[in-house]
Write a new protein. Structure first.
Lengths: 288, 164
């Protein structure tokens, strides 16, 4: 870049900075705390993990970037519309399916014990060396153990059941493994995160690492964390899965997206999850 | 219709096509200066600042205000701040520089988040899509984000923004 262009740009950046001081709405909320029903505190801030090499100064949940009204919905389980999905999922947990006529509960018992910590560690490498998301584990139980027709990755049954399972880790810190067998998947996900897709040539990092806290038209950019998923989106009036969110963000770069449930999205999920290591699993979140 | 009439009609049709083709500079033929400026108009037709203002603010067109704030448009809701403010942009840059930045900002700012508005080669992009459908691009319809004339219109508007 020529020095003359740089100095002109610095001039405009300096002016920009002045303008920004008055526009405090652009930052994550400075001191809001996410306390559910006045009892359970979820950590919406965390120290950035070492593997981020300083890419983020501190981790912030997407909750901190939302309006007062949206944040309030998630502080009260009676107001939180995502709790309906959790309740529907709890019923599915007990429902016998397939040729073996078994329910999840028949094998796994009380989800509060058997499923505790599962969301916090997903996705992870299974015993065959494949990287699996929570949806893969559910589908595998359905086909091999229950001999049932598996739920579709993005079906409402799957979103409800994964909401219920995620809820069992509410408050636990996200802690996905990125070393050992997970390392090659993580590297691929990282490469994707920095790839500038589509005709707009925007990477995940362009929006969620370089621009978090800024406004892109009406949208207040967060760090794009997935600790709150599955998430109730007010805009969709329904639960959104992690891969569906990825698909939408890539579509918005005028790109050919990847398929929900694809290997690429599993790898991206691992990398994005690891960027949130330390934030609390929110179980089910509410976003705009 | 006699054959002389047909050939006359064809000739005039050919002339019209030839004129517009020679007047509009395709993305691949743009002549750059110092990797930031495009001195020549992309169309030869003077830009219309009023049209440019529309392109700047409409979500379906340039949607420049998604990333740039512009005090001269107080009625346009939800102006972003990913890029610098447009205030004074016409005083900071020449018309040729503005044309270059709008056409392909990455010439001057290689890592810029700003999209390239004048590039019609799908091979220049990674997984280019068919607009916002999430599907693969259609080779029949893939085109620049803005037309040559829309870029001239935007530039004609930006040069008027001389006040800070």
């Amino acid at each position: 870049m020529k020095t003359f262009t740089l100095s002109k740009l610095m001039a405009s950046a300096a002016i920009c900075a002045v303008a920004l001081t008055s526009a405090a709405h652009a930052d994550p909320h400075p001191d809001a705390e996410l306390i559910i029903d006045g009892e359970l505190k979820l950590n919406v801030r965390a120290e950035a993990p070492a593997h981020l090499d300083g890419a983020l100064p501190e981790l912030y949940s997407g909750w901190l970037f939302r309006t007062d009204e949206t944040r309030a919905l998630q502080m009260d389980d009676f107001e939180n519309p995502a709790i309906l999905a959790v309740e529907a999922g709890a019923e599915l947990w007990e429902t016998a399916q397939g040729a073996t006529d078994q329910s999840c509960a028949d094998c796994h018992g009380d989800a509060a014990e058997s499923m505790k910590g599962v969301r916090a560690s997903m996705p992870k490498v299974n015993e065959n060396g494949d990287l699996w998301s929570m949806e893969d584990y559910v589908m595998n139980c359905q086909t091999t153990r229950m001999e049932a027709e598996p739920y579709g990755w993005n079906s409402s049954d799957m979103r409800n059941l994964t909401s219920f399972i995620s809820m069992q880790s509410r408050g636990m810190p996200v802690d996905v493994a990125i070393d050992g067998a997970a390392a090659p998947f993580w590297e691929k996900g990282k490469e994707m995160y920095y790839t500038r897709f589509g005709q707009l040539e925007l990477s995940c990092a362009n929006c969620h690492e370089d621009s978090w806290g800024m406004m892109i038209r009406a949208d207040h950019l967060s760090q794009g964390q997935i600790n709150g998923f599955p998430t109730y989106r007010l805009k969709n009036a329904g639960m959104v899965s992690i891969h569906n969110r990825f698909r939408g963000c890539i579509r918005d770069t005028r790109a050919e997206s990847f398929a929900i449930g694809s290997q690429e999205f599993r790898e991206l999920e691992l990398y994005v999850a690891s960027r949130g290591n330390g934030l609390a699993v929110e179980g089910v979140a509410v976003r705009q | 219709m006699n054959s002389r009439f047909i050939s006359a009609a064809l000739t005039s049709a050919f002339v019209v096509v030839a004129v517009s083709a020679s007047a509009e500079i395709k993305p691949a033929d743009v002549v750059w200066e110092n990797d930031i400026a495009i001195p020549a108009s992309l169309t030869g037709v003077p830009g219309d600042p009023a049209e440019g203002a529309k392109v700047l603010s409409a979500r379906s067109l340039g949607n420049c205000v998604a990333c740039h704030q512009n005090s001269a448009m107080p009625d346009v809701a939800f102006q972003g701040n990913v890029g610098p403010s447009f205030d004074g942009v016409g005083a900071r840059w020449s018309e040729a520089e503005l044309r270059g930045i709008v056409a392909d900002a990455k010439r001057a700012f290689p890592e810029s988040r700003m999209p390239t508005f004048y590039e019609d080669d799908p091979a220049a992009f990674i997984r280019p899509g068919d607009a916002y459908t999430a599907k693969a691009y259609n080779p029949e319809t893939f085109s620049t984000l803005l037309t040559a004339q829309q870029i001239e219109d935007v530039v004609a508007y930006l040069v008027t923004l001389t006040e800070y």
